[in-house]
Design a protein around this ligand. Sequence first.
Ligand code: CP
Ligand code: NVA
Length: 298
Amino acid sequence: DALTRPKDLLDFSAYGRQEIEALLALAERLKRERYRGEELKGKVLALLFEKPSLRTRTTLEVAMLHLGGHAVYLDQKQVGIGEREPVRDIAKNLERFVEGIAARVYRHGTVEELARYARIPVINALSDRAHPLQALADLLTLKEVFGGWEGLEVAWVGDGNNVLNSLLEVAPLVGLRMRVATPRGYEPDPGLLQKAGAFFTHDPKEAALGAHVLYTDVWTSMGQEAERERRLRDFNGFQVNGELLQLLRPQGIFLHCLPAHYGEETTEEAVHGPRSRVFDQAENRLHTAKAVLLRLLS
Ligand code: CP
Ligand code: NVA
């Protein structure tokens, strides 16, 4: 068991099917039992965040509390990652104080550097390239709705961003079939697209037709605000609304990692409508965060 467990969770490149299944089975049990325990008693997780967060920060803090540990939140104004102090020095300090680091950063290279220099586990709490904690919550949600992953068709309509990259990376490990539609110029990592054996198109309807799941995310991610006007033009026609959701199979569901930019990538009707599992998905961030912390920190 310990052999399948990598030191960090930066993306899924060091993860195999076995470890993903172990994490998800643990998350399911923790959710069922509304688990409270003492496994991480006396342990501290540093939350090193360059960008804002509702779900990721709260679920990591609450998960630490439910496992008997504690979290300290360190925001960019105080720490000044790469400005007040280089990443390597931050890593070599934090490892003396705490048992783990969860970092939300602009450049993926920053979490890689933290992991290289800190001898404690580093968890990617969102970088420009990946959002593995989100993908784990998404897998739990799919398991709950459909009973498993093998052969499920997951349509992604929108930006080829961090959230999509992590889904593409985990998809072949559990047998998800990805159907991706992005505008030209907004394609995800081509290597991940290929490894996932994903169907790719520039037509949202073609991706959505007959799928089990329709998933989208904001068109302008944190850090891309200067591109907003251009993105609004380029993503015209990619909104996930009632019309697009009708193309799913009858039991098809809608997912969104949140926060939503209503009137852009989706609508209030879609997020609060009958096909939406968006808030179960958000809840599952807590249970999967607990599983990750137990596997990496105990
Ligand atoms: N989905 C997600 O990561 O949300 P936050 O940005 O609020 O953490
Ligand atoms: N793609 C979004 C996800 C936020 C959870 C971003 O990076 O801002």
